[in-house]
Design a protein around this ligand. Structure first.
Ligand code: DON
Length: 600
């Protein structure tokens, strides 16, 4: 296993160096997760230090599990499973329910990725990522001097790509659904038509964007408590949000399937909205949009198989690179977030994000060297400039050579049904409430996914990510994503369903959550609760949730030249499911927000 990545001698040298560089004050017990009779406990000499955001416990079920960002959506998914639906039925119902109850990220005006593993172990991925409109051009966000016109790819009509979510759900259901299309759409229609009670977080989210809503959609949206701009009325927990226009849009989708969104009334309303605000999406763009079934990435890691999303997401390639980069190191022995553990993870992340910027983009437009990037030989070559003594300088790291923050508002959900079929979906409008354009008469937000393109080489996007020609804008091209919906097998059997929002931090949060379970022995919920950190090559710094690094780790890393930044906000909003040794399901939803797991 070790030889797969590093020659023995090199590994030995690296490990010995690591032992020497453990700071003297760091004792073995400082950050170790101990296993005792199947219950994993954090032990520390200082009992006030904990690596967990909260003590939330996982939800256990035997027949089905849904974990999503909103309690109403998880309840919808559970009801579909209990009505005899399979994981895909439940996932479709949850995607539409989230479009109603979680408008900041749940959507029909955005896109996403689905990873599906059926009960027999066959895996599929569906790319329903948005596309650039047909009239998009490489320099559409630049002024005459070639400078980026700030904000145009982020807010307002020009920021939107052609939505893919509805086509994705139609495709997924057509191929794998068991219940009727009518049945899986109905809960979302009911929630939109009858309304639902806002959580505190829902209310705060809508209040936060009040000014944008007034500016971009003057006097015409029910997402404002009052449509009188000078009114100071705000939403409160428990207020009912009724979305009559969205209910009708969903009814058209229910009655006509794909055509209910991409043709006829809805398409006309989208095109009119675009004309009103100077956007580019046309009825032809909508008619021509199709999601794509792609060959999943399947990669071995110890006795596990990682099944994940290929490009147009960078997430799957990057996740496998990260896991294989650090596979040779004794992370478990070193301990959770001990200095050496963190150091090799940061150095892996630095190199992986440099590769992302150089090589990754829409595989329908450019050749993406997916297999080479994940190959052990290639990864070994990327470690040659690494030393435990000192942080590598990001300026010295470029993508390898191959022969030949505002709020976290994407959303991930995980579903497992009674037969062990599993769905892992991450879906997004990009930023919270996307472009903040509400389609007049149709009642839903459009995405601002165009910002995920590299609008100019070397200029960071809203997540600080830098890109190049591989991810340049072109008509009908898909913008590169970091979304990493993933399923793991252990010894050939379903083991974990995992994913999160978080823009560029998605990949590193998924990576840590997986390692927390399979290397550090945490339960699924502990792995979700665990505090996290992130490095993305540029900017050259490691951000970490308060408490993620014990003081000794901070000291030791700083001594080696790492720039560390303690965050005031949080990382990740994971929704995951683990299959436990007795076959039961542990649903784990992130305590950092309203995320909820429901099982039976
Ligand atoms: O596809 C992507 O990588 C981004 N549009 C995801 C955005 C996201 O996660 C926003 N939430 N933090």
């Amino acid at each position: 296993m070790i030889k797969r990545i590093l020659p023995h001698a090199l590994l030995l040298a690296v490990s010995l160096a690591a032992c020497k560089t453990q700071s003297p004050g760091t004792t073995a017990s400082t950050t170790r997760i101990q296993e005792s009779q199947g219950v994993y406990q954090y032990r520390d000499e200082d009992p006030t230090v904990k690596p967990f955001y909260s003590d939330r416990q996982g939800v256990i079920g035997r027949n089905g599990m849904v974990a999503s960002a909103h309690p109403e959506a998880s309840a919808v998914g559970l009801a579909i499973l209990q009505a005899g639906g399979n994981a895909v039925d439940a996932a479709v119902a949850v995607q539409f329910a989230l479009a109603v109850v979680y408008p900041g990220a749940g959507n029909i005006g955005g896109g996403g990725f689905m990873v599906y593993r059926d009960r027999d172990g066959k895996a599929y991925t569906l790319d329903y990522r948005e596309k650039a409109p047909g009239q998009a051009t490489q320099n559409m966000y630049l002024d005459s001097l070639g400078n980026v016109r700030a904000g145009l790819s982020i807010s307002g009509h020009l920021a939107s790509g052609v939505p893919g979510s509805v086509d994705g759900m139609v495709e997924a259901h057509k191929r794998f659904g068991k219940l009727s299309w009518t049945q899986v759409l109905q809960p979302a229609i009911d929630l939109a038509a009858r309304g639902f009670a806002l959580t505190e977080r829902d209310a705060l989210g809508l209040n936060r964007i009040k000014n944008d809503l007034n500016r971009i959609n003057p006097g015409k949206t029910y997402f404002l408590k009052s449509t009188v701009p000078t009114d100071t009325l705000t939403w409160h927990k428990g207020d009912r949000l009724v979305q009559a226009d969205l209910a009708q849009t969903l009814q058209r989708i229910q009655a006509q399937g794909r055509a209910g969104f991409y043709e006829g009334e809805t398409a006309r309303l989208v095109a009119e909205e675009m004309q009103r605000g100077g956007g580019l999406i046309t009825e032809a763009d909508l008619r021509n949009y199709h999601s794509v079934w792609r060959e999943p990435i399947r990669a071995a890691y110890k006795q596990y198989t990682v099944i994940t999303m290929p490009p147009t997401s960078s997430g799957g390639v990057a996740l496998v690179q990260l896991m294989r980069f650090t596979e040779p190191f004794p992370l478990r022995r070193w301990g959770w977030n001990r200095d050496s553990t963190v150091q090799v993870m940061i150095e892996a992340e630095r190199r992986v994000y440099a590769d992302r910027a150089k090589f990754l983009g829409d595989p329908d437009f450019i050749k993406v060297p997916t297999q080479q990037l994940m190959s052990p030989d290639y990864l070994r070559s990327r470690w040659t400039d690494f030393s435990f003594a000192k942080a590598t300088d990001s300026k010295a790291v470029r993508g390898g050579t191959i022969p030949g923050y505002e709020s976290l508002e994407t959303t991930h959900f995980s579903v497992v049904d009674k037969d062990g079929s599993a769905v892992s979906i991450t879906t997004t409008l990009n930023g919270g409430y996307g472009s903040r354009v509400v389609v007049g008469g149709a009642g839903f937000f459009l995405n601002n996914e165009m910002d995920d393109f590299s609008v100019k080489p070397g200029v960071p996007n809203m997540f600080g990510l830098i890109g190049n020609q591989a991810n340049a804008i072109a008509p009908n091209k898909r913008m590169l994503s970091s979304m990493t919906p993933t399923i793991l097998e252990k010894d050939g059997k379903l083991f974990m369903v995992v994913g999160t929002p978080g823009g560029s931090t998605i990949i590193t949060s998924v990576y840590q959550t997986i390692l927390n379970v399979i290397e550090h022995g945490m339960t699924m919920q502990q792995a979700v609760n665990a505090l996290k950190f992130h490095h993305q090559w540029l900017p050259d710094k490691t951000t970490f949730e308060n408490g993620a690094f014990p003081d000794a780790t901070v000291q030791s890393l700083q001594n080696r030249g790492y720039v560390l930044e303690r965050m005031t906000n949080t990382l990740g909003r994971m929704d995951c499911v683990l299959i436990r040794p007795d076959g039961s399901y542990e649903g784990a939803s992130d305590p950092r927000a309203d995320n909820t797991a429901r099982g039976y």
